[in-house]
Design a protein around this ligand. Sequence first.
Ligand code: DGL
Length: 266
Amino acid sequence: MKTRPIGIFDSGLGGLTVLKALRKKLPHEHFIYFGDSANVPYGAKSRQTVTKLSVAIAQFLEQQDAKLIIVACNTASAQALPTLQKKCHVPVLGVIEPGAQKAIRLTRSGRIALLGTEGTVRSGAYEKALKKKRKDIRFFAKACPLFVPLVEENWTHKPAARLIAQEYLAPLQKKRVDTIILGCTHYPILKPLLRQIAGENITLVDPSDTLAEEVHRLLTKLGQSQTTGRGSARFYASDDPARFKRLAKLVLSAPIQTVHLKKLNV
Ligand code: DGL
């Protein structure tokens, strides 16, 4: 049981930022990463479509004998998590709860903002999770649909990226938030730029390290934590594995060996 892999999925490449955090915290575990490159982006899709795709991916990961499934994608976590938890035979964890937990821990003023995709913002999932923990939270959200293509095109250092980020952050700065949740897997890649624009007084929250701690706790509790040996990662993409492999190197700052093609039957 312990040696079974952890399944993790995202709409595309962004979830590799989550995989990175998981591998750091759980170096002995084996991972199977699925990037739905045929259907990215999820951010502008309906809840029904995101749920249908997420269920198909989770089924594939279960077939691969995953002992746990991690929904790295914020959009899928916000819209499909309850369905996945109902349908899967293994535990399924998303990123919203760890992100909300970390933001509550770090905010001083209780004024919290979310940057996310249209789908994540529309779902209200972060606001609900935050207010469940602390009722007096003032919550503000901004959908940032142009961030994902900037990252996917490796344009994060271009002046256009700075202008777009300034435009997105300005209304939140006016609201005097002290904490901003990076509620999309691609956004941690923009963190240095967002840090410059937001300034030192605003805390940027990447949910992935809190998620990694939660995964560690859960596996230990279930007696399924792999504590010896060298971990590994196996990669699948639903379209153009060569492109996925090329761009993955940018996100992981290290090359990956092989990306397998796995088309989804949806
Ligand atoms: N992976 C998605 C998320 O974290 C962002 C990219 C997309 O729109 O598919 O919300």
